[in-house]
Design a protein around this ligand. Structure first.
Ligand code: HEM
Length: 333
């Protein structure tokens, strides 16, 4: 009798403790699920990126500042020129997306540090991201999948998505209110996530960074939005680099206690101390096919000594998602 009772207790204890764990496990979104959802929404172009498929390669260098070297011991900030491979892109998996699309633009950088070390920075032109967890990104892909009957997303599904995912709203509103850039060279790009700078004394500083164009920020006017051709960003960048090098200042905001560390949908106050951490120079641009950036996986977790990731779940989720997309496209899938 005693044996049966204690057996039941054991069962009850196992049930009580395992239920939330099982539910959590069910709620966990995998990178594979998300990449499959991206493919299902945009279709697959074999051998190409599943997201940010439309893009342009560029080459240049970065020179870091002594101010930044006080916060991070990364070789990026040695003051010596660091060779950079860059890729500028449109978000989404549609290779024919028009350059007027009200979607994010991307800047991906690979810094070739001494000793064969690499530092990646893979950024967007929006100040915040549209998901604080992978589930929101997955549900966005599902909600925006075109309805086969109309070829467009079902407005009811979008409405339901918005009503249930408040963490998407700030970026969606930003994209609706701000026209896309007139050219890549006149756009800012930000890392969005919080990162850690580690200095020579092992002191950690929470930071966020943004690359601000020396050409000035310029967006398409409402008229240009209607009249611009579907493909102009690539040629404009190529033409601009032929006139002379394009520069972006890397501005770093220094975090203060209480600033969001692991939520990329929340901006930091504009009053945060900013330092100029260096200057990026892009001196040439060319179509991506066969160019150096094509075969790079701009995984944002590729980091050299002196810069580390925060616990932002989106930042950590990106790495496996990019790896899946990368291995598929390298395999010609
Ligand atoms: C759940 C969140 C995200 C998912 C699932 C995701 C997924 C992807 C995938 C699959 C690729 C293609 C990778 C490749 O084949 O090389 C990609 C590219 C890219 N993503 Fe994300 N991403 C996410 C969040 C972000 C965020 C927060 C940013 C910026 C802060 C960002 C910026 C970019 C850029 C710029 C590219 C193009 C990189 C290149 O030029 O190769 N993504 N993303």
């Amino acid at each position: 009798m005693l044996k049966i009772e204690s057996g039941l207790w054991l069962l009850a204890i196992v049930y009580v403790f395992s239920t939330p764990l099982c539910m959590a496990a069910q709620d966990e979104v995998t990178a594979d699920q998300v990449v499959t959802a991206i493919e299902s929404t945009f279709g697959v172009t074999p051998g190409e990126r599943r997201n940010h498929i439309k893009g342009t390669c560029a080459l240049g260098e970065f020179v870091g500042s002594p101010e930044a070297a006080a916060y991070s011991r990364s070789a990026m900030f040695s003051g010596k020129p660091i060779p950079v491979i860059a890729r500028l892109s449109l978000a989404g998996g549609n290779p024919k997306a028009p350059d007027t699309a009200k979607s994010p633009r991307g800047l991906a950088l690979e810094f070739k540090l001494p000793g064969n070390n690499l530092q990646h920075m893979t950024m967007l032109n929006t100040p915040i991201f549209g998901a604080m967890q992978a589930r929101t990104f997955l549900d966005l892909m599902i909600a925006t999948k075109p309805d086969p009957a109309t070829g467009k997303p079902d407005p009811e599904k979008i409405k339901a998505f918005k009503a249930t995912h408040p963490d998407n709203l700030a970026q969606a509103e930003y994209l609706a209110k701000n026209n896309p850039p007139a050219s890549y060279s006149s756009s800012s790009f930000g890392g969005i996530h919080t990162f850690k700078f580690i200095n020579r004394d092992n002191k950690t500083t929470l930071v966020r960074w943004q690359f601000v164009p020396q050409d000035g920020e310029k967006r398409l006017s409402d008229d240009e939005l209607k009249s611009s051709p579907p493909n102009f960003l690539e040629q404009a960048l190529i033409n601009r680099t032929k006139q002379g090098p394009v520069h972006w200042d890397m501005m770093v905001s220094i975090g203060e206690p209480g600033d969001p560390e692991d939520n990329p949908t929340l901006a930091w106050p504009e009053s945060r101390k900013q330092i100029k951490a260096g200057t990026l120079t892009i001196s040439s641009a060319l179509p991506q096919k066969g160019a150096e950036c094509e075969k790079i996986n701009f995984d944002p977790l590729v980091m050299g000594d002196g810069i580390e990731p925060s616990n932002d779940p989106i930042l950590l989720f990106r790495s496996p998602a990019y790896a899946i997309s990368f291995s598929k496209r390298l395999g010609g899938l």
